[in-house]
Write a protein that binds this ligand. Structure first.
Ligand code: 9YT
Length: 136
């Protein structure tokens, strides 16, 4: 069994601060834990308004606190976010996230992140080639 706390994870290099100033994220569970997904506690800063497009990952995002909205860019739909809301990017949806107040989110990624990823120019995380996939 693996047991970690948010506090210890924040102080041992698992907390990533986004260079764009929109969020930070403490990655409690990562690829090298071999669970097949990663689990993060993410803070979206008040006033953040930014686009993401996880082309290489599926992500679910559960709101613990704070308020905002997510907009899917293909259809222009806006969904309010408040504590208890989960949004699930099951179609690698291109989206905009807006935080009306600071939001604490629990995020799960499949495939799991390695730990140091920040968004590229398209709002995506790169995915490393899997050496096992190449070998088989
Ligand atoms: C909600 C969202 O995707 N925010 C960006 C950070 C991401 N959750 C991460 O890397 O943990």
């Amino acid at each position: 069994m693996i047991v970690r706390t948010l506090q210890e994870s924040e102080s041992c290099g698992r907390k990533i601060i986004s260079p764009d100033g929109n969020w930070d994220s403490t990655r409690l569970l990562l690829k090298n834990d071999k669970m097949g997904f990663s689990f993060h506690i993410t803070t979206i800063y008040e006033g953040a308004d930014f686009q993401m497009h996880y082309k290489n990952h599926l992500e679910s995002v559960y709101c613990i606190s704070g308020e905002g909205e997510v907009e899917t860019l293909d259809d222009g739909k806006k969904y309010p976010i408040k504590p208890g809301t989960i949004y699930i990017l099951d179609k690698n949806d291109k989206h905009i996230l807006r935080a009306f107040s600071e939001m604490k989110m629990a995020c799960v990624f499949n495939p799991p992140l390695n730990g140091t990823e920040v968004h590229n120019k398209d709002g995506a995380y790169e995915v490393e080639a899997d050496p096992l996939a190449v070998a088989s």
